[in-house]
Design a protein around this ligand. Sequence first.
Ligand code: PGA
Length: 246
Amino acid sequence: MRKTLVVGNWKMHGSRPANAELLAGILGARPFTADVAVCVPFPYLFETAATLAASDIRWGAQDVSAHEQGAYTGEVSAAMLAECGCRYALVGHSERRAYHGESDQLVADKAKALLARGVTPIVCVGETLAERDAGQTEDVVKRQLAAVIHTLAHCAGEIVVAYEPVWAIGTGRTATPEQAQAVHAVLRAQLQAATGHGDRMRILYGGSVKPDNAATLFAMPDIDGGLIGGASLKAADFVAICRAAA
Ligand code: PGA
């Protein structure tokens, strides 16, 4: 049985007062049947950790360096994230791939760096609208995931995967539950073939998940929760999504 996981991706939003209010709202709404986590901007990690430490809400980062340490100005290592108590870190979010030119291999190397420090990578994959329209959805997500599987080898079973169709992110245009389920099934089969326990791995859906569509998405057989952007910034909305997990 896979436990539902709901992860907030704050992106480059927040301020100390806003974060305090948001986290208080989430803490006050416990308990949840789902596992719940927030991925926050780097400067807020320590304060988030202090706020959440005594709870069962987890926290994480939105990116990491593939390098262990050294002269990489501006980068943040997996060891640093581990020191901040991060349970998770996103890698390969489509905004990183698009705006920072991250390749499939770089994403895989970042996932490897995280696992070496005991931080669970949430590996994001997803096709653009042009790729979907060209019938390439399966090929694209399988290629993105294959790079990670190949690089992690026997550790590949330790990741969380997030399917996020690029055309659904921040657009209000959600994939239908059936569209999302179809891709999740493909990813599950790929994970199963590679690890032998894909049936126990969590695959999240992301892209305009809101309180009014979360329950139908999470009810699909291969959708194990969500990666929530915009709706994770309002406590009431995020809490409603966390509660949508049956
Ligand atoms: P969204 O973002 O929920 O605002 O569409 C999801 C994501 O980018 O992780």
